[in-house]
Design a protein around this ligand. Sequence first.
Ligand SMILES: Cc1cc2nc3c(=O)[nH]c(=O)nc-3n(C[C@H](O)[C@H](O)[C@H](O)COP(=O)(O)OP(=O)(O)OC[C@H]3O[C@@H](n4cnc5c(N)ncnc54)[C@H](O)[C@@H]3O)c2cc1C
Length: 387
Amino acid sequence: MSETSFDVAVIGGGAVGTSTLFHLADEYDARGVLFERGQLGEGSTGKAAGGVRNTYTTPVNIEIGNRAIEYFQNFADNVGEDLAFEQTGYMYLYHSREAEIEWRERAQHLHAFDVTTEMHSPEEAARAFPSLDATEIRGAMYAPDCGHVDPHSLTQAFGRAAVDRGAMIHTGTAVTDVVVEDGAVAAVETQAGTYEVDAVLNAAGPWAARVGAMAGVDVPIELLIRRIMVTSTIDQTTGPLVIDPERECYFKVESSGSMLVCDTGQDIHDVGDPDGATDGQVGYDYYLRTTEKVQRLVPALADLEVRNGWSGLQSHTDDGNAIVGPADVDGFYLACGFSGHGVQQAPVVGGAMADLLVAGETDRFDVGKLSLDRFAGGDPVESEGMA
Ligand SMILES: Cc1cc2nc3c(=O)[nH]c(=O)nc-3n(C[C@H](O)[C@H](O)[C@H](O)COP(=O)(O)OP(=O)(O)OC[C@H]3O[C@@H](n4cnc5c(N)ncnc54)[C@H](O)[C@@H]3O)c2cc1C
């Protein structure tokens, strides 16, 4: 077989694309090639906080979350590469009696899927995250199995392991067209020439609609810009990732002692063209408003300096869930629209995509729930919010 003929072309070198390439090579010995127009991880993946959780409302996401946690716990065995998975938990804050009832119901719902949760009093929450002002909250739901990984390390690990198993990665190589003949994928055209392929995976993140159009497939995603700031060090070295859904923010303490803070209430919606949508900067106004909001929960934040900040694109579908599976064009597959879940779902989705691309089916999770068809009046999925 020549170096311009492959079983599968993966378009996009983020967490999802590299994971799929790895699983194709590792589990199926399939001939896979990945095209990344820039460097691995330079899309949404490189901007992510790396949070990993199983505390969703939608069963298919809980299922993926449980499997992902197990995968990250055994990453070295699964991939042959080391990856730190800091299992420091997630802690959801609430402020009212009504919200407490909802979180207690949510905990019951999660227990039915074997997700461990504990309801914390304000004092217990402040013991878990000592910089928290306990007087600001009514309580919290704590999920000890959740945690975080480094998105860049994850992507590099999958990329290296895929190449070790014979896959090819072309960085700095944009796919410019997908050639469809008689309703089936035949080739991809790239900046480095034409490659004959049996199947194509569109894992192009915020650019997935553009890549879909190359094959005549409409990909219904909207883009938003999310921003993160990182502070000087706080007098606390560990703790769970804390989410306040009502006040629309989350934060965690990095191992360096810095605080990573995200104000989702300041997301910028309805972003059109992904190119040039964000210059990666955050803006002084964002720092001020975020600090003002979050210092009510963490008073020490008022005395910290902002040391770093960045912005990145997220791709959202109407119901907040990813699109995973085949499109109407034979051999053209989608794994996109992951909103704030793509890094954590990448190991499990990558495995499922490899199954679908080679074997045509998967039992890793109920993949039909994430099909493109659901937007054409098929089977809509319950909406999945930030929490
Ligand atoms: C601020 C922020 C915080 C986040 N926090 C989390 C979190 O805590 N946990 C979590 O799981 N997720 C989080 N996310 C979401 C996560 O980043 C995404 O869901 C995930 O990275 C999607 O990965 P991907 O591989 O699908 O896409 P991407 O990482 O965007 O990869 C797509 C790649 O395709 C390439 N590409 C595009 N067009 C072409 C072409 N024509 N040819 C070749 N290559 C092309 C791009 O250059 C890009 O590298 C966060 C996102 C942001 C912005």
